[in-house]
Ligand binder design. Structure first.
Ligand code: G6Q
Length: 544
């Protein structure tokens, strides 16, 4: 990759300036910042790719923004962005390009990896997926016994599961309701057992989604699915009609017994957590149809173009990424809440957890030096208004600073009386209350007895972004996911880490293997663990 000269974070001029600037800002209240500038709520907003973002309720001034932009520039954000978009191997620890942006590039674009334009291959797979999805949706594709496919079960884990589940739930409104979709990820047999409990193998299609096609959980579930299907279908030939693979590993797919004609490929430059718009999205395409899937890709692409071409000060993903850096480094924020006021986005926070935490949960810089600052915060959340009745208490009155992203829509997909206005009233009220709080004077003026006043005071000054779109459509979902993808990228550039490897996940893939042998051994195994692990293994062996 291009050698981009990176000065250690804390030695960058903009960082030093931000550090002393933060000392002044910490003492300022959002109430004052709004009072000083009546246009703040209109000025500190941006709009692109179908999303309107109000970032005025952040503990920032124009000077903060100027310094954060300077930090991004000094960190080489623009050059690193170009390196990603042009297929340089920016995932240095795996020596891979990082090209999820190619998955949604129009046919006319050219993106080269090792001298080869990857865009035609992307569209070839998309066309193949569309042909297949249409055959399932129309009933043309029949199961082994001639019955129509009514159930689609995606078997995958991590990046091969979270995107498909999230997208299916998010876009359920647009899905074919004659088809049932299930998602099996956990190696806990309960996951598989419950997913198929009411399904007929003759009408069920399994999508085995695994980039490597070696992941223990997925392969175990896929073999169990094969046994389950063959128990009724009683003919090996049935596998071809009831199993397709989504993978980069044709050899392993063949070994499993899936005809590679029924394999949908992708490439090593697509990271698992960045793969929902690759063939990994086949379940999404079957659910919502190829046209809606193209809309989803168009939304991703619109945000890609915005991110690549817009100056940092007007660039939504860059600014949101920088704000996360601001709170993580200078306000000790440990977490970031994502609060969609949209029931269809119920899996969005879980999806984002992987995207953000697997990407930026790193402790060394690109050159292997241990960082002397914080990196990726913990992302979490639940849909509103549910969360308001549980954990919001801590956000309002707890001792920690938790920046929040509120996500809402002007129009609901399910208009029912006053429901939607009530929902949206809560978004605006929560963000306002977090920013403004309630002073002791206000509480007293309400007639609260003195002893109760401290309990009812809300400090306020709690930052949030509000992201609004007109309606939850496939296109808007694409823009929203791409917004977070590029915000995460921006953070990673400032922190100078590899946002695209996942050695922690790789570790998990091998850790259990040794112990599995010990759990299953017929004779008492010789255990060489610590006394706690040994004791637990022995207890399990006795009681299993
Ligand atoms: C994603 C991670 C991880 C991965 C799963 C599944 O970025 O690498 O979540 O997606 O471990 O891997 P396979 O698709 O290879 O089965």
């Amino acid at each position: 990759m291009t050698a981009i000269k990176t000065v250690p974070l804390m030695e960058r001029a903009a960082w030093k300036a931000l550090k002393s600037h933060a000392d002044q800002i910490r003492g300022r209240h959002l109430r004052e910042l709004f009072a000083e500038d009546s246009g703040r709520g209109e000025r500190l907003t941006l709009e692109a790719a179908g999303l309107f973002v109000d970032y005025s309720k952040n503990r920032i001034t124009d000077e903060t923004l100027r310094l954060l932009v300077a930090l991004a520039e000094e960190s080489g954000l623009k050059a690193r962005t170009e390196a990603m978009f042009t297929g340089e191997k920016i995932n240095i620890t795996e020596n891979r390009a990082v090209l999820h942006v190619a998955l949604r590039a129009p046919k006319t674009e050219k993106i080269f990896v090792d001298g080869e334009d990857v865009v035609p291959g992307v569209h070839e797979v998309l066309d193949k997926m569309a042909g297949f999805a249409n055959r399932i949706r129309s009933g043309e594709w029949k199961g082994h016994t001639g019955k129509r496919i009514k159930n689609v079960v995606n078997i995958g884990i991590g990046g091969s599961d979270l995107g498909p589940v999230m997208a299916y739930e998010a876009l359920k409104y647009y899905s074919d309701r004659n088809l049932t979709f299930r998602f099996v990820s956990n190696v806990d047999g309960t996951d598989f057992a419950e997913a198929v409990v009411d399904l007929d193998p003759e009408e069920t299609l399994f999508l085995v989604a695994s980039k490597t096609f070696t992941t223990l959980e997925t392969m175990t579930n896929a073999h169990t699915a094969r046994d389950w299907a063959l128990l009724k279908l009683k003919d090996e030939k049935a596998v071809a009609k009831h199993f397709v693979a989504i993978s980069t590993n044709a050899k392993e797919v063949e070994k499993f017994g899936i005809d590679t004609a029924n394999m949908f490929g992708f490439w090593d430059w697509v990271g698992g957590r960045y793969s929902m718009d690759s063939a990994i999205g086949l379940s999404t395409m079957i659910a919502i149809g190829p046209e809606n899937f193209s809309e989803l890709l168009a939304g991703f692409h619109a945000m890609d173009v915005h991110f690549r071409t817009t100056p940092i000060e007007k660039n939504i993903p860059a600014l949101l990424g920088l704000l996360t850096v601001w709170y993580t480094e200078f306000f000790d924020a440990q977490t970031q809440a994502v609060l969609p006021y949209e029931q269809y986005l119920k899996r969005f926070p879980a999806y984002l957890q992987q995207l953000t935490m697997e990407s930026n949960g790193k402790h060394v810089t690109l050159d292997g030096t241990t960082v002397d600052y914080q990196t990726g915060p913990i992302y979490w959340g639940e849909p509103g208004t549910n969360g308001q009745h549980s954990f919001y208490q801590l956000i309002h009155q707890g001792t920690r600073l938790i920046p929040c992203d509120f996500i809402g829509f002007s129009k609901t997909l399910n208009p029912l009386g006053r429901h939607h206005d009530m929902l949206m009233a809560n978004v605006f009220a929560q963000a306002e209350a977090l920013a403004y709080g309630k002073t002791a004077e206000q509480v007293k003026a309400e007639g609260t007895p003195d002893w109760l006043v401290p309990h009812r005071v809300f400090e306020g000054n709690r930052p949030s972004n509000t992201i609004l779109a007109e309606k939850l459509t496939p296109r808007v979902l694409g823009s929203l996911v791409a917004l977070y993808e590029h915000a995460v990228f921006t953070q990673g550039v400032v922190w100078n880490i590899d946002s695209f490897d996942q050695w922690g996940v790789e570790l998990g893939k091998v850790l259990a293997t040794k112990i599995l042998g010990e759990l299953e051994a017929k004779d008492e195994p010789k255990l060489a663990h610590d006394s706690s692990t040994t004791n637990l293994i022995q207890r399990y062996r006795k009681t299993k």
